[in-house]
Design a protein around this ligand. Structure first.
Ligand SMILES: Cc1cc2nc3c(=O)[nH]c(=O)nc-3n(C[C@H](O)[C@H](O)[C@H](O)COP(=O)(O)OP(=O)(O)OC[C@H]3O[C@@H](n4cnc5c(N)ncnc54)[C@H](O)[C@@H]3O)c2cc1C
Length: 319
């Protein structure tokens, strides 16, 4: 018999407002895989968020923040502890003029694609490279989302959030440690807003750059099946998709998960795939690329939750 979520997650009842127990995370990920979260809170206010963060800390429960779930592979066993999601009230954006630029304060749950389209529509440059990147502003900043030479860090002047003590904190750009597909933040930090600055420019040129990004994306990105975008980071000076093609693994299938026939860096859920199948494909790819090309691929997607065995991102084999 399955142990009740509350018992697995900690002693005593949780405050029930906004709480869902055993919430299937497949509903919250673009790959459409993932088992249940013991305790899933959708929060609508900063106070509520702070309370949930403190709740998890007091009980010694792991805390995971989910955005749009577009960069995640969640295990079939799900996630122990608390999963937090920012609700709709964190999706607002505020626009204001500052000398030489327009400042946007975007809530952590704001839709990144929509925000980028709005900047393009208003003739503001700085985020057009990100045309078409799905997910939220909070997830985008955590991943330092990027494409075609641009990164979200380039337009960022600060963030706001709640730290692991539940305190509201503002961090200026100078103190944000961005790297390729990563923003290093203190453990348990939840981003509630990102402050961007974008510049008024030639609307035609900005729209043309966005159209270029859209057209490149359209050429390379598979459509029609749930996926999590690029599975691997590109190794320095190369492309993960190219290496996977060279070792002949495009189209490889494990159960209902398949390496996209047209792009080696995507794994598709053909329908009802399990996370274990996605992980097995990832392991086969990493091993083949390592053995035959000498490159140890690093995942860009986050493998999240209880996998029941060792960490996926383990060290490269010693030769
Ligand atoms: C079709 C497709 C195309 C894609 N193309 C690109 C691309 O061109 N470039 C690119 O960089 N990515 C791309 N991605 C990957 C993904 O969209 C980005 O990484 C995106 O920025 C993730 O945002 P998210 O809200 O979905 O975050 P999630 O996937 O939910 O989470 C990602 C990470 O951010 C953390 N997180 C999320 N929200 C918060 C928050 N508020 N506070 C603290 N931590 C948080 C999570 O804990 C997790 O560690 C693509 C994905 C798909 C499905």
């Amino acid at each position: 018999m399955t142990e009740p979520a509350a018992a697995r997650a900690g002693r005593g009842p949780a405050d029930e407002r906004g709480l869902r127990r055993d919430e299937p995370l497949s509903r919250h990920t673009s790959m459409r895989v993932g088992g249940p979260a013991d305790l899933f809170f959708e929060v609508e206010t900063a106070d509520d968020l702070a309370r949930r963060v403190r709740f998890a800390r007091r009980r010694g429960l792991p805390l995971f923040v989910i955005g749009g779930g577009t960069n995640l592979v969640v295990s079939d066993r799900g996630v122990r502890g608390v999963v937090l999601k920012l609700g709709r009230s964190f999706a607002a954006t505020r626009w204001s003029e500052v000398p030489g630029a327009v400042r946007i304060e975007a809530g952590g749950a704001a839709n990144l694609k929509k925000l980028v389209l709005e900047t393009i529509g208003r003739g503001l440059g700085g985020l057009e490279f990100a045309e078409g990147i799905p997910g939220t502003v909070g997830g985008g900043i955590l991943m330092n989302a990027g494409a075609f030479g641009g990164e979200i860090s380039g337009a960022t002047v600060g963030i706001e959030g709640v730290d692991r003590d539940g305190e509201l904190v503002r961090i200026p750009r100078a103190d944000l440690a961005f790297s390729y597909r990563k923003l290093a933040l203190p453990a348990g930090f939840v981003v509630t807003a990102v402050i961007f600055e974008v510049s008024p420019g030639d609307p035609v040129a900005i729209a043309a750059r966005a159209a270029d990004a859209r057209s490149k994306r359209g050429k390379h990105q598979p459509v029609g099946f749930p996926n999590a975008g690029s599975i691997w980071k590109n190794p320095s000076g190369d492309f993960a998709g190219r290496l996977i093609q060279l070792v002949g693994l495009r189209g490889l299938r494990v159960g209902n998960a398949q390496v996209a026939p047209g792009h080696g860096n995507f794994i598709l859920n053909l329908g009802g795939a399990r996370a274990a199948e996605v992980r097995e494909l990832m392991e086969r790819i990493r091993d083949a690329v390592w053995r035959r090309r000498g490159v140890w691929l690093q995942p860009e997607v986050k493998l999240v939750g209880d996998w029941g065995r060792g960490s996926f991102t383990g060290a490269r084999p010693v030769v």
